[in-house]
Design a protein around this ligand. Structure first.
Ligand SMILES: Nc1ncnc2c1ncn2[C@@H]1O[C@H](COP(=O)(O)OP(=O)(O)O)[C@@H](O)[C@H]1O
Ligand SMILES: [Mg+2]
Length: 227
């Protein structure tokens, strides 16, 4: 479950105008939401907030049932982040690690056994079509390969919440559709999924409620339309 109650976020000092203003919305566990809005509306900022990389400047926020704010201990934030899978718009892979080691990171943080990690990593890389590229350093991947690696890393530990920031813009259409089908399946099995996108074809393919941002404000919440 995600709950935001008048959440605002500003970068740095108080005299900066907030990037996100008074956002209030809920997404139930297993809910799927598109996150829409023009470039600069605040989609990436909101996803970073939901990923608890940044904290609200005001308002109340609950992620996966846990209240998050200034008072939340660092260790609790780290643990919470481990339950979230995030596909950043710029992928954020570790360039010095191989593709397989990048994807294995969430499982290593959970201290899973190396045999199990090996099996899981192979399976997921096969699924994203990168089975033959496992040992390649992340610095040598094409944009589409980096995006698929970032997707694999975000889902391998079966997080309760998946956040994806324009996760298909470097993918071919057939790959984008497969990814979308998988997100829909994960949501049907109880994973909450929020996907920021500009891809109209994708949105038409999967009819799900949208959260719409404009200039840092929530202008539509199709999951909870006004009465
Ligand atoms: N690193 C940054 N430094 C300064 N302003 C930024 C930075 N990143 C984003 N912004 C500003 O924050 C606002 C929201 O940006 P962002 O969350 O990236 O929107 P979106 O993902 O919808 O395009 C915009 O006004 C943008 O110009
Ligand atoms: Mg963005």
């Amino acid at each position: 479950m995600i709950r935001l109650d008048h959440v605002s976020w500003r970068r740095g000092r108080k005299d900066h105008a907030p990037v996100l203003s008074h956002l209030s919305f809920n997404v139930p566990q297993g809910g799927f939401r598109w996150l829409l809005g023009p470039s600069g509306a605040g989609k990436s900022s909101l996803l970073r907030l939901l990923h608890v990389e940044t904290l609200p400047s005001a308002g109340r926020m609950e992620i996966l049932g846990q209240a998050v704010g200034e008072q939340t201990k660092r260790a609790a934030l780290v643990r919470l982040r481990q339950r979230i899978g995030m596909v950043h718009q710029d992928y954020r892979l570790m360039p010095d690690l191989s593709l397989a080691d990048n994807v294995a990171l969430p499982l290593r943080l959970q201290k899973r056994g190396e045999d199990e990690i090996q099996t899981e990593v192979e399976a997921i890389l096969k699924w994203v079509g990168l089975g033959a590229r496992m040992g390649v350093s992340a610095a040598h991947l094409s944009g589409g390969e980096q995006q698929r690696t970032a997707i694999a890393r975000a889902i391998i530990h079966r997080p309760g919440l998946i956040l994806a920031d324009e996760p298909t813009n470097a993918l071919e259409e057939s790959q984008a559709h497969r990814l979308l089908d998988m997100f829909a399946q994960l949501s049907a099995m109880g994973t909450t999924v929020i996907v920021a996108t500009h891809n109209e074809t994708l949105i038409r393919r999967l009819a799900r409620p949208a959260l719409v941002l404009e200039a840092g404000k929530l202008v539509a919440d199709e999951g909870h339309p006004p009465a």
